[in-house]
Design a protein around this ligand. Sequence first.
Ligand SMILES: [Zn+2]
Length: 269
Amino acid sequence: MTEQKNLREQLAGCEKVLIGLGEEWKLKGDASGKGPAGAKEREALLDRAYQALYELVKEKDYFIITMATDARIYRTPLGSEKEPVRSADGMSGEELCWEGMGEELRERMDRLFPPKPAPAESRWQRIVAPCGNETWRQCSLACTKDIWEPGELPEDRCPHCGAPLTGNTMEAQVYIEEGYLPQWERYTHWLARTLNRKTVILELGAGFGNPEVIRFPFEKTAYFNQKAFLYRVNARFPQITEELHGRAKGIQADSVEWLSYCSHPMSVS
Ligand SMILES: [Zn+2]
């Protein structure tokens, strides 16, 4: 439990938390081999882990990028459309242009023009799922970029060409990426504001399935932000590159299981 305690201490002192949920958070990716009972167990474990993640970061300015496409996260407190999330900047998107200024000039400008508090974002606005959302529907022939909510088209057929609809995920023959792009933009803006700020990077279960989604960019973010610390929790690939020596910690564990222990009463300091 020491690692979990260290993590909680690091979180207490940081301004930003970047969270990546990788392959280990996909239900289908579960190689437990225990059949339906194993899958049920895994689902319960996932729910506990999401709850633990919420408890860990609910007071922080965080962003979650997930490779899971099951939309399960939106049914947890992390997916709340009402609860506002903390912002450590007190700046709105329009004021991003101040970011490049020197410290002194910035302070003077702040006195002259006090920064407006940023409009509060809700928790679901701090999740991006670039691999898609299987509860959303798209045309299987991708004749249109339209995306439908579950149940919106009861016949489950494309109203434009009549083809069957399919889940709006990377698994679709032609993936309509418009589903996640607005959130992706929000994510990249948020990420730009982590530079030079004390940031905990929590990479959970992201292996080499699609390393360009989480694993590689997280390494790059940790490398360029000298105030960042990377936690890499992975059952098979917890290795840390030499460049991040002293600013990263690899933990060999199933990240879902590991995280679910973060809220374990035994580990509360
Ligand atoms: Zn169509």
